[in-house]
Every structure is written in C-alpha cells, then in structure tokens.
Design a protein around this ligand. Structure first.
Ligand SMILES: Nc1nc2c(ncn2[C@@H]2O[C@H](COP(=O)(O)OP(=O)(O)OP(=O)(O)O)[C@@H](O)[C@H]2O)c(=O)[nH]1
Ligand SMILES: [Mg+2]
Length: 257
C-alpha cells in the first residue's frame, strides 16, 4: 500500500468543501481507490454525508456553548483550541483505516482552520504520508480580476501558515460560463494578462491596491494552475487526482487499475 495522502479541503463559507469531500470520495471509490472522509468542523449541524472520522465525537460546539456559557462564535474558537487535546486520538483513529486517501473537510469559517495554531499542529501530527491543502475559490468572486487577486492573497496567506503544498481549485465550475472559466485559468497562469485586465478596470479606483498586491505576489511567484471542479457534475476530479500525483509521486498513477 502507498503512503496515506491527506487532502484538506479549505475555502470560505459555502465554497463547497463538504460537497467536494463527499464527491471526491465517491469518485475515488469508483476508481478502486481506498478513501475515507474526516469532518473537522465541530459546529456543523447537517453535513450531508456520514464521515468516517468526525471531530464532533471529541468536541462539539453545542456542548461547549452549554458547558462554558459561550455564544456560537466563541464556542467555535474554543472548540478549535480544545480539539488540540484530542489530536493524538484523532490521528490514531484516522490511521486505523489504513486508507490511501484521507479527505478532510474543514470548518465553514475559514479562519478557524487557516489561522489558529491548533490546525498547524494537527497537520504536523501525522508521522507518515503526505498532506496537501486544496483551496476552493468561489468562481463568482474569481471571475472579476480584483476578486481573483483577493482570492490569491487569501490563499497565499493561508499557505504561509502551513509547511505543505497548496493547490488552488475553482469550485462550482458548473455555475460559470466556459469563457469565464478559461479566462480565470489563463489569468492565473499569465499574471501579465491579469495585470492588463486590472488596468482595463482603471475607471474605478478600486483596482489600484490589487495592482500593487499582484506586483508584490509576482515577486514571490505564487501563481499556479487553477483546477476547475464541479462536485455537481463530477468534473475535474481526475485533474485534482493528477495534480496530487504529480506533487507527491511525480505523476506515477498508483490506482489499482
Ligand atoms: N452548482 C454547484 N453547487 C455546489 C457545488 N458544490 C457545492 N454546491 C452547493 O453549494 C452549497 C454549499 O456547499 P457545501 O458543500 O455545504 O459548502 P461548504 O464549504 O462545506 O459550506 P460551509 O461548511 O458551511 O462553509 C450547497 O448548496 C451545495 O449544494 C458544485 O460543484 N456546483
Ligand atoms: Mg461544510
């Protein structure tokens, strides 16, 4: 068996993390790959799928609200930190599945995963295998040049917190025109084109900061491929798989067929 590959699905609220976690598991299993799902959101009410490992078995927002007299947001933050006490057990539980792929669904509030120390500790708690962050962008935001720059900023800011690779995904690709989708992919690959589009929007003063940010980002070369994915249409799953294979196995296909 190959070493376990963990994919953390991250993104702003409602970006499609849970749906993609579930859809990717389905896709992987159809392909004969062994995959499990992990829910890391202690506050989620209805998840839409049955995770194989669920943080709510250790800490949950309603319990913490009750026990510490906190409101929902305070309890989310408390849970993110309280979970750290249980990381050892959670990591051990994940290990018992001896799965090739571990698909990790992160909390709705991106900052809870992205910026709290506990998440970094969690990601680093695994002794074997490899991890990748899959950052899901909202296509409605990304189709505007300033929106795409903002999303890249957020993505690189999150990436700077973790010592693992990050892949940028355009989620819900079925909700935008193919022309818009191709434009976003092209902008990401060719920062000069993105810069030109920002200049074309100069009639408002809004893009000025975006232009400066893009220039700054160029100096640390954050531009990467964008991977369009639709969980609804089951499109782009193979692309994500191939990108992960390229990252860790140099493109070698480890699937059973
Ligand atoms: N059209 C379309 N809708 C999608 C897709 N993926 C998710 N959605 C919808 O987007 C909404 C949010 O999806 P979730 O998977 O719950 O998003 P999330 O990021 O887990 O949400 P939070 O955990 O609350 O932040 C749901 O109504 C989904 O049905 C997709 O690929 N295409
Ligand atoms: Mg979710």
């Amino acid at each position: 068996m190959a070493e376990e590959t963990r994919i953390y699905f991250i993104g702003t609220a409602g970006s499609g993390k849970s749906t993609l976690t579930q859809a990717y598991k389905h896709w992987a299993e159809e392909r004969g790959l062994n995959a499990i799902t992990v829910n890391l959101d202690p506050g989620v009410d209805k998840l839409g799928y049955q995770p194989d490992v669920d943080i709510r078995d250790w800490v949950s927002v309603p319990e913490v609200m009750e026990e510490y007299g906190l409101g929902p947001n305070g309890a989310q933050v408390a849970c993110a930190d309280l979970a750290a006490v249980h990381f050892h057990e959670i990591v051990e539980t994940i290990g018992t599945f001896r799965s090739d792929y571990v698909l990790i669904d992160t909390p709705g509030q991106i900052e809870l995963f992205a910026f709290r120390k506990a998440s970094e500790v969690f990601v680093n708690s695994f002794q074997t295998g490899q991890s990748v962050l899959a950052y899901i962008m909202d296509p409605m935001v990304a189709k505007d040049p300033t929106g795409l720059v903002s999303l890249f900023l957020l993505s690189s800011s999150i990436h700077s917190r973790f010592n693992v690779p990050l892949l940028n995904i355009i989620g819900k690709s079925d909700t935008v025109d193919i022309e818009d989708l191709n434009q976003m992919v092209e902008w990401a690959k060719e920062p000069d084109m993105l810069m030109s589009s920002l200049y074309e929007n100069m009639e408002s003063s809004k893009p000025l900061a975006a232009i400066e940010f893009l220039r700054a980002m160029e100096s640390f070369s954050i531009h990467r491929d964008l991977i369009p994915i639709s969980s609804m249409e089951m499109e782009g799953m193979e692309d994500l798989y191939n990108y992960v294979q390229m990252l860790f196995f140099g493109g070698e296909d480890l699937s059973p067929d």
